[in-house]
Every structure is written in C-alpha cells, then in structure tokens.
Design a protein around this ligand. Structure first.
Ligand SMILES: Cc1cc2nc3c(=O)[nH]c(=O)nc-3n(C[C@H](O)[C@H](O)[C@H](O)COP(=O)(O)OP(=O)(O)OC[C@H]3O[C@@H](n4cnc5c(N)ncnc54)[C@H](O)[C@@H]3O)c2cc1C
Length: 295
C-alpha cells in the first residue's frame, strides 16, 4: 500500500496489523489491516497530510475508551495516538499548555500532586486529553471546556490551527471537532494554584462506588437528558443485568454495557438497540448515544 511505503521511506513510525480488541477499552471489534503508530508529532503531520491528499480512508484513535468498532475487518488506516510522547508546561503563571496525548486521568493526578488545579473533572476518565476535548468530557457537571483557553489541531493540509474556546462550539459531550476533520495536538488551560486533593479523591471514590471500573466498558452508553438520567430509564425497563451473548448491562451502573466474555460488536449493538427501542416504545423517550460506533 502506498501509505506503508510513504511511512517507511520517510521514517514516520510504524505500520502493522492489529485489532480493535487491543485498542479499545471494551475490547471488542475486528482486525485492523493498517495500524499507524507515529513516532513524533512532525511525522504525524506528514502522514495526516498524505492520507488526506490521497483521499485514503482513516480514523483517529486515542485510548479507544468511547469507541465500539464493528466485527468487520477495517481496511482503512487507523492512526493510534496513545504511544506519542506527552507533556505539560507553563506558558505563564496562570496558563499551562498540555499535549493532547496526555492520559486524562494521569493529568488530573499530576496537576493535583503539583497543586496546579483544576482539571479534576478528568479524574478516572481512561482516555487521552485529545479525546476528552473532542467529546468535551467531564464528570459531575464539570467539563474540560470550563477551563480551556484554546486548542491546536492539524488540519487536512498539514497546518497547525489554533482555535479559541468560544469557537470550539462546546456543549454537553460535544465540540466542533465532531464536525471538522483534524487531529488535536495540544490545548491551553487556565490554572489556579490550589490544593485539589479533596475534590479529586472524592470524585475517584464516587466513581469506584458507582461504576464498574474494573470491567471492560466504554463508560456511559447514553447521554443523560435534563429530566432523567439514562440509568434510570434502563432500570425502568427492567434491563439492569440483562445479557445478550457476551454483552451485559452492568449490575453496578445500568448506563454501562460491559464485555463479560468474548462479546462481539453485534452482541453489544443488539443490547443497545433493544434499550433504545423499548425506551422509545414503552416510555416515549428517544435515547441519544454517547459512545461512537465505527463501522
Ligand atoms: C470506565 C469508563 C469511564 C468513563 N467515564 C467518563 C466520564 O466520566 N466522562 C466522560 O466524558 N467520558 C467518560 N468515558 C468515556 C471516554 O473515556 C471519554 O469520552 C474519553 O475522553 C475518550 O478519550 P479517548 O482518548 O479514549 O478517545 P477515543 O475513544 O479513542 O476516541 C473518541 C473520539 O475522539 C476522537 N479523537 C480522539 N483523540 C483525538 C485527537 N487527538 N484529535 C482528534 N480527534 C480525536 C476519535 O477519532 C473518536 O472520534 C468513560 C469511559 C470508560 C471506559
């Protein structure tokens, strides 16, 4: 494939076979023919420009913690960002710049340990910062956009573009990055020099108590609507613990679907569709998915 030659000839990293089972936290999905692992941001820029110039099919993966990949082999190129180096650095006393490849949970803990608050909304989230910006991730009513100043991303021409918070169209688990093509590489945040140990520990404790953190999952499957949280809808349908094949509604948190064995994507989609259909027909509520399905 010409992409493989381009990467090898220009020493832009590695291309190999892999599987979505290895690259997603739910551990489901088919084989991948071309997994691209860039060796630097400079290489990533060149490779990204190449796939766009040549109209090649591709997807971007962070830590794969919000993704359900299908059971059909993926023949396009999967960009995996989780092995890239990451950093944070002070831009001035009140602002830090953070690499988009920084694991979100680690970032919350590292900032807490250095008394640089407050990205505690990221604690316990098993993705990378880029995925958190893409989804405007957060917890308990706080989200990453609250303290974000600007984002740098690579556009399809290989240029680095800076976009301010107000132009990111942030909303509940939503940002402009869902509607434009690009790879987020870094972001700047307002910081407060304060001790956030209590709040971080409280959020971690609540998460451990209420979520199946040791199981394979994608986090919340459905967005909450303002009137009723989605777990209450699933409970009202009597589906807590319900299983299809290797997929089950978690006993601990009924807005989580877990892989209890060798779940296929078909098992998980069947369970999601069952919940959606019954919610619509029996309760008149149309659920909206928080997770993303890759076909
Ligand atoms: C146990 C568990 C708990 C969770 N709890 C929460 C929670 O409390 N709050 C919450 O919001 N989410 C939660 N999630 C969901 C998920 O962890 C977040 O959405 C996370 O921010 C996704 O990051 P990721 O790196 O895994 O992205 P991925 O799943 O790899 O990708 C998600 C999307 O982002 C895009 N993307 C990723 N990186 C980039 C980039 N650098 N540039 C451009 N696009 C990119 C991908 O193309 C894809 O479309 C949870 C998941 C699990 C498994």
């Amino acid at each position: 494939m010409m992409f493989v030659d381009f990467v090898n000839e220009n020493c832009l990293g590695e291309v190999k076979k892999s599987s979505f089972k290895e690259l997603t936290t739910i551990s489901v999905g088919a084989d991948i023919l071309y997994l691209y692992i860039p060796n630097s941001v400079a290489s990533l820029i060149k490779a990204y420009k190449f796939v766009n110039d040549n109209n090649l099919e591709y997807i971007i993966l962070g830590n794969g913690s919000n993704i359900l990949a299908s059971d059909n082999e993926y023949k396009g190129i999967v960009f995996s960002l989780r092995d890239l180096d990451y950093y944070y650095k002070f831009e001035n006393d009140n602002t830090i710049e953070v690499s988009a490849f920084y694991p979100s949970n680690k970032l919350a803990i590292d900032l807490m340990n250095n008394e640089i608050g407050d990205l505690s909304c990221l604690v316990g989230i098993p993705g990378l910062l880029g995925g958190a910006i893409y989804n405007n991730s957060g917890s308990y009513k706080d989200s990453i956009s609250d303290s974000l100043i600007s984002v740098d991303y690579i556009n399809t021409s290989g240029e680095i573009i800076r976009i301010n918070n107000k132009n990111c169209a942030f909303g509940y688990r939503r940002s402009i990055f869902k509607y434009i093509k690009g790879i987020i590489i870094s972001a700047r945040f307002h910081i407060r020099h304060e001790n956030t140990k209590n709040i971080v520990n409280l959020k971690l404790k609540r998460r451990m108590e209420s979520q199946p953190v040791k199981s394979k999952s994608m986090g919340s499957v459905f967005k909450n609507n303002p009137l009723i949280p989605s777990w209450k809808i699933v409970d009202a349908l009597g589906l807590r613990g319900f299983q299809i094949g290797g997929a089950a509604v978690s006993q601990k948190h009924s807005n989580f679907i877990i892989n209890i064995g060798n779940a296929s994507a078909k098992d998980i989609i069947s369970l999601i569709e069952l919940i959606e259909t019954r919610s619509r027909l029996e309760l008149g509520i149309s659920l909206v998915r928080e997770i993303e399905v890759i076909n």
